[in-house]
Design a protein around this ligand. Structure first.
Ligand code: PEP
Ligand code: CO
Length: 466
């Protein structure tokens, strides 16, 4: 890890970016020659073209140097020296991009990171599923209610959640709103994480509005007390390292809407290489990871660190082909595999995949998404997840990697900073009958703050176990 304070190092990484994807020649548009799944049926192609032309003129949201630094951090994960914490909403919404909601998510992420760093004694690479997670792949293109069929909600970047023909019609102007919402979210995150709020001396403050009635909050409070004592000890010894005063936080989302991602792709003037400047880290979803598909072609053309979701049906041969396509140079940190297999199958499926990659020798960071293989419908009709299934998949992930002597490199979760009731279980014991109380997600059920902290404690224990 660098000895320079993160905030100082980030300032050295200023751009620039000169050329946009349109000027960069045919390679960057090569994805257009491949089938692209999960793209909206925009009713007005001219408006889409006008919007993407505008996107191409807008400032980058992230810098190439920051993306490269994240690649370095993820290389440490691939080498077994660091751990990824990636999380946030399933689907961010424009209405939900408020200061208090963003702050609550960040607080939760910071608290989880502290639990992991302290509890597992490992550097934690923090990546928000934030500032750009506005587009969703769907299992079905339409939704039927009371005999009325309308296009499915595909995220605020595409259409509205409300079930009306008007709201559900894809509107390209929403891509511009997604850009601006991403910008304000990222701006606030940067201010919080480098402007003193993420200072480790604030470890109690992050918990303030939470501790009283929550078992997870009380457990956190005890850990924060230990950290406080360690900080006082360090101060008494004359040590006050700058690393404790700011946090390096990266943004990420699923690179789903290729017109949007392409519109924000720029050449780095230092190297001429292309970066998708909509986020530091982009991943390809389970439904769009076809080897000859447009999403893989797009990801190949940019130099950001990228991830790919791996579901239960991928074969070792398919996985090796994907790795070859996405990281032909075998650069450590470039590729993260995010497995989302399901608690019921993970112990059968994951060992073969891990073995195949280890035998091949490709450097990858292995991250566990214990959410997307464990979704089911409650009797009330709510889409939910059992907290115990989530933990079971995580435990299996650690066991499998331990048996294979590979590195369990991190977690990818859906959570929110609010006290929602979307997943059942946890130390506050939400039951199926409670789900209606605060079910607010625009897409998949998220862990609430207490469940997210409970999970961090369990992960820290599993990681530490010899
Ligand atoms: C998601 O991360 O919200 C998602 C849709 O995941 P997956 O592609 O793994 O199904
Ligand atoms: Co989801």
């Amino acid at each position: 890890m660098t000895s320079t304070a993160p905030s100082e190092r980030w300032l050295d990484l200023a751009p620039g970016f000169t050329r946009t994807a349109g000027d960069l020649g045919p390679d960057l548009a090569s994805w257009r020659g491949h089938p692209a799944g999960q793209q909206p049926q925009w009713p007005d192609p001219d408006r889409l073209a006008a919007v993407t032309a505008q996107l191409a003129q807008l400032p980058p949201l992230v810098f190439a140097g920051e993306c490269d630094l994240l690649t370095e951090r993820l290389a440490a994960v691939a080498n077994g020296e660091a751990f990824v914490l990636q999380g946030g909403d399933c689907a961010e919404t424009f209405a939900g991009s408020t200061a208090s909601a963003i702050r609550a998510k960040l607080q939760t992420l910071l608290q989880m990171a502290v639990v992991l760093t302290y509890g597992a004694s490992v550097p934690v690479v923090k990546i928000g599923r934030m500032a750009g997670q506005f587009a969703k792949p769907r299992s079905r293109p339409t939704e039927v209610r009371d005999g009325v069929e309308l296009p499915a909600y595909r995220g605020d970047a595409v259409n509205g959640f409300e079930f009306s023909a008007r709201a559900r019609t894809p509107d390209p102007d929403r891509l511009l709103r997604a850009y601006h919402s991403s910008a304000v979210t990222l701006n606030l995150c940067r201010a919080f994480t480098t402007g003193g709020y993420a200072d480790l001396h604030q470890v109690h403050a992050w918990n303030q509005d939470f501790v009283a009635d929550s078992p997870a909050g009380q457990r956190y409070e005890r850990l924060a007390g230990e950290i406080d004592r360690a900080l006082s000890f360090m101060r008494a010894c004359g040590a006050d390292p700058a690393e404790l005063r700011a946090v390096e936080l990266y943004s990420s989302h699923e690179a789903l809407l290729l017109d949007y991602e392409h519109g924000l792709t720029r050449a780095d003037s230092r190297t001429g290489r292309a970066y998708d400047t909509s986020a530091h880290f982009l991943w390809i979803g389970e439904r769009t990871r076809a080897l000859d598909g447009a999403h893989v072609a797009f990801a190949r053309s940019v130099s950001n660190p990228v991830g790919v979701k791996i579901g239960p049906d991928v074969t070792p041969a398919e996985l090796l082909a994907l790795i070859g396509a996405l990281n032909p140079a075998r650069q450590p940190g470039r590729l993260t595999l995010i497995t989302r297999i399901g608690a019921g199958r993970v112990r059968d499926v994951l060992p073969g995949l891990v073995r195949a990659v280890a035998d091949d020798g490709a450097p990858v960071a292995w991250v566990c998404d214990p959410m997307h293989g464990n979704t089911f419908e409650a009797p009330s009709g709510h889409k939910t997840r059992r907290f115990d299934d989530v933990l079971a998949e995580l435990r299996a992930f650690f066991d499998v990697h331990r048996a294979a002597r590979t590195h369990p490199g991190g977690i990818h979760i859906e959570f929110t900073g609010d006290n929602v009731t979307e997943c059942v279980g946890g130390s506050h014991e939400i039951i199926a009958d409670d789900l209606h109380q605060r079910y607010e997600t625009a897409c998949d059920p998220r862990l609430n703050r207490g469940q997210a902290l409970d999970l961090a404690f369990t992960v820290a224990e599993s990681y530490r176990r010899p």
